[in-house]
Design a protein around this ligand. Structure first.
Ligand SMILES: O=C(O)c1ccc(O)c(O)c1
Ligand SMILES: [Mg+2]
Length: 610
């Protein structure tokens, strides 16, 4: 279907918004009146600009407080409307949004509202303009879509129809099934917005917390499907009032917006995109630093072995079990301190995964490639982390590991960790990457979870609030159904926005106590955890004293859910990166959120050298 977006959804001057909307690939715009009022461009110039950009002006909005008023007010309102019709003619816009009145002088009289809207539609028709009447969720007398439709039906004028807005419908808990009762040709416009589920004043909720479809808690797909099934022919248009997007660049927000619409069309059954198939595991995590020596030290202590090096790039492969870490010293133009810059995910069909990523507007990472390198597609997540689609060492696909030259040491150190002293496999070895945690810039948190769902086919958990020394940190996990790939997204807790955004790699072991002892024996340290934590642990869970003492001795944190247990501990932080060791038993699904406050506080103290 045609796609459109209200200019109010983006930041900046009108001309920049229009460019961003067109560049992202939308077909049209709704011009939000205040954006025109504040613009140095005349309506004719806006019209020309849109034409040059290939954008249609689908709606001019909003016209407020019109209907169900005393006669003298009606006369003034009609005069006001005539002025707007004139502006719309200059703009070349032929659809005006009229939202239900909030004016104290309007009366609760549907017949009067219908009569006055009919009059308005008649005047509009003289200018070739149509009126779309929308129920604001906080309208004084009309606040539901079915009520607005009854008035439109009663007015019975060809130039009068209704505008549906998913926020107003779903925020009030109205059932979108009733949309089927509205003739499609009387639905003049459809505005789409999602929002996080919150208990608050609906006007504040709408004006500050709307978000793009898929980023909040509303189920938009059935509403869109019902509207299209009713015969609606107009565009799918985003109308998002949001304090956060106001702070972000219009160009990137417009792309995120269109991605959300493409994903919504897919989930409403209106389009077919290359299917997402959830990745089955991590192929690698890539760390970049000018000086990789401190990271090498940590990897060595964790029992990793440097097994191979890239044939021509300054990249080392370190391995243990199925956990692979790339150390990259090619940091030109990037920050110098160690940072997690890329993730490889195992996908059954990397080419198809890349096609899907492109279809949903994920930015493709341009790559320097030598002739003989394996084809490797990557896209950039909203926080800049590069995501590579991999198929590692399978007969049916060229493997990225083929670009690496094995070191003679490969077999040796691997054995050292995987075999215990008497040759039996050591349970304390690291098996694989359990999850990766990426701290997000605060204004990209919702976008990031939609990106990982829509592009990678991961499923999102609910959003959690974790305490840290500064307040609360929002956190949300996205994971494949079988848990093979788990990514935890957190909002940057740093009080100064330019502070480092910490990232970490969690490594799975079957024996965390053995693994922790091995790390300590190698001379490395683990994050010290306060004794108070273990007092509390003892109070919450009836752990054996001996076991509790071992956990306290090693700084291992503990959690459990209805399925099993979770034990975890942390290395020191190097640059922006640290490692976590985790041991899951019995199908525990979480990430130890219960313990995050203690860990964050311990890291804070550690970083201050306390
Ligand atoms: O918040 C408002 O005033 C407002 C204006 C126009 C709309 O279409 C809408 O949904 C809300
Ligand atoms: Mg609206």
């Amino acid at each position: 279907m045609r796609t459109s977006i209200a200019t109010v959804s983006l930041s900046g001057p009108l001309s920049e918004k229009l460019t961003a909307v067109a560049t992202a690939g939308f077909d049209g715009v709704e011009i939000f009146e205040n954006d025109l009022l504040g613009s140095p461009l005349s309506p004719e110039e806006v019209r020309l600009r849109c034409a040059d950009l290939g954008l249609s002006i689908d709606l001019y909005q909003p016209f407020r407080d019109f209907e169900a008023v005393p006669a003298d007010t009606l006369a003034r309102n009609l005069r006001r409307a005539e002025r707007k019709f004139a502006v719309m003619e200059r703009l070349g816009a032929d659809l005006l949004l009229v939202c239900s009145s909030v004016a104290p002088e309007s009366v609760d009289d549907d017949a009067l509202a219908a009569e006055q809207l009919r009059l308005l539609a008649d005047r509009a028709a003289d200018h070739g303009i149509r009126i779309a009447y929308e129920a604001l969720a906080w309208g004084r007398h009309v606040s539901t879509y079915d009520h607005a439709w009854r008035i439109v039906e009663q007015a019975d004028h060809p130039a009068l129809g209704t505008c549906l807005d998913s926020f107003h419908i779903l925020s009030r808990g109205s059932d979108p099934k009733g949309i089927a009762d509205i003739p499609g040709e009387k639905i003049f416009f459809l505005q789409l917005a999602d929002a996080p589920l919150m208990a608050m004043d609906v006007l504040q909720w709408s004006r500050h917390y709307r978000c793009f479809p898929g980023q909040g808690g509303f189920d938009l797909a059935p509403l869109v499907a019902a509207t299209v099934a009713a015969g609606y022919q107009g565009p799918l248009s985003l109308e998002v009032f949001n304090d956060v997007f106001r702070q972000a660049g219009a160009a990137s927000t417009a792309v995120d917006a269109l991605r959300s619409l493409l994903l919504l069309e897919e989930s409403a059954g209106l389009s077919v995109l290359p299917a997402a198939s959830a990745p089955s595991g991590f192929a690698f995590a890539e760390l970049t630093a000018a000086d990789t020596e401190p990271l090498r030290g940590v990897l060595d202590a964790l029992g990793f072995a440097h097994t191979a090096r890239h044939t021509w790039k300054p990249v080392e492969l370190w391995e243990q079990g199925d956990a692979r870490i790339l150390l990259n010293t090619g940091v030109s133009g990037r920050r110098q301190d160690p940072a997690l810059t890329a993730i490889g995910v195992e996908t059954p069909e990397p080419d198809r995964a890349a096609r899907r990523a492109e279809a949903v507007l994920a930015p493709v990472v341009p790559r320097r490639r030598a002739q003989l390198d394996a084809p490797l597609d990557a896209v950039a997540a909203p926080d800049g982390t590069e995501i590579f689609f991999c198929r590692t060492e399978q007969a049916d696909h060229i493997s990225w590991t083929g670009d690496f030259t094995e070191l003679p040491s490969r077999a040796l150190p691997k054995e050292r960790v995987e075999q215990g002293e008497r040759g039996e496999p050591s349970a304390a070895a690291i098996r694989r990457i359990d999850h990766i945690a990426l701290t997000q810039p605060w204004h990209q948190f919702d976008e990031a979870s939609l990106f990982h769902r829509g592009v990678l086919g991961l499923e999102a958990d609910g959003s959690l609030d974790l305490a840290d020394p500064y307040g609360l940190v929002r956190s949300r996990a996205v994971a494949s159904p079988d848990g093979g790939v788990r990514i935890v997204l957190n909002i940057a807790p740093a009080p100064d926005a330019d502070g480092p955004r910490l990232q970490h790699i969690a490594l799975a072991t079957d024996d965390i106590v053995g693994a922790a002892r091995r790390i300590l024996a190698s001379g490395a340290s683990l994050l010290p955890i306060s004794a108070n934590y273990y007092d509390d642990l003892e109070a919450r869970h009836d752990l054996e004293p001996e076991r509790l003492a071992t956990l306290a001795e090693l700084g291992i944190l503990y959690d459990r859910d209805e399925n099993g247990e979770f034990l975890h501990c942390y290395t020191a932080t190097v640059g922006r990166v640290f490692f976590e060791l985790v041991q899951r038993t019995g199908g525990y699904r979480g990430y130890g959120a219960q313990n995050a406050a203690v860990r964050l506080a311990a890291q804070h103290l550690h970083q201050q050298g306390v």
